[in-house]
Unconditional design. Structure first.
Length: 211
């Protein structure tokens, strides 16, 4: 199964759902919204840990990002499958992604060489996912970091993000339209699929200009 998480019901993700709908019809796919997320957390016993996460003032990660990380890892550990961020723009070849993932070992976790968690794949009860999940379940006081140094993870393979570009793009994760400018500032709501595509085109042109 391929799944995504939108536990804070960010309105921008609705545009991505529209953009990706046609290509995801050929894939077993699920989106965990706020209601589905809390139902899952309660069913598998993660609700208390999720609700009691404390973010220190010197943390580089926000509370929603830490909650989202715990949620995606919990789902992956309990159910298994392929996780993609909700601001992923998939290509028509997305249906081939499960086959690509299966080309590695079916018994191990697959993650990016960068350590970023916008893509993850693993079978249920994977040891690599368990070690990452324990970092977020640990209730001892600590400063959550956006870039966690996971160190060696058991039964885990890593791939370069460029290997995944035939299946999806995550370029907009670095766009100013997808970050909070200050505490309490809402996400700017995207208005159309055409706007998403235009943002991709502008971003790609600017990258080529800087090359």
């Amino acid at each position: 199964m391929m799944f995504q998480v939108n536990h804070n019901d960010n309105p921008n993700y609705g545009i991505y759902r529209t953009a990706n709908a046609a290509h995801l019809r050929n894939v077993k796919h699920r989106i965990y919204n706020q209601r589905a997320s809390r139902r899952f957390l309660s069913r598998y016993g993660y609700r208390e840990a999720f609700d009691n996460i404390t973010i220190h003032h010197h943390s580089t990660a926000s509370l929603p990002s830490v909650q989202a990380a715990l949620l995606r890892l919990a789902i992956l550990y309990e159910v298994g499958g392929i996780y993609l961020d909700a601001d992923i723009y998939v290509t028509p070849q997305i249906y081939r992604l499960p086959e690509f993932v299966a080309g590695y070992s079916a018994s191990q976790t697959l993650m990016l060489t960068t350590g970023a968690l916008y893509f993850l794949a693993a079978p249920p009860q994977a040891k690599g996912v368990k070690k990452m999940l324990e970092y977020y379940l640990d209730q001892s006081p600590k400063s959550f970091d956006v870039d966690v140094d996971w160190g060696p993870l058991p039964h885990t393979a890593t791939i370069d993000p460029q290997e995944l570009t035939p299946y999806f793009r995550h370029d907009l994760a670095t766009s100013r339209d997808f970050v909070r400018l200050a505490p309490g500032t809402p996400f700017r709501k995207l208005t159309s699929l055409a706007e998403v595509r235009a943002m991709f085109d502008d971003l790609h042109r600017s990258k080529k200009g800087c090359a």
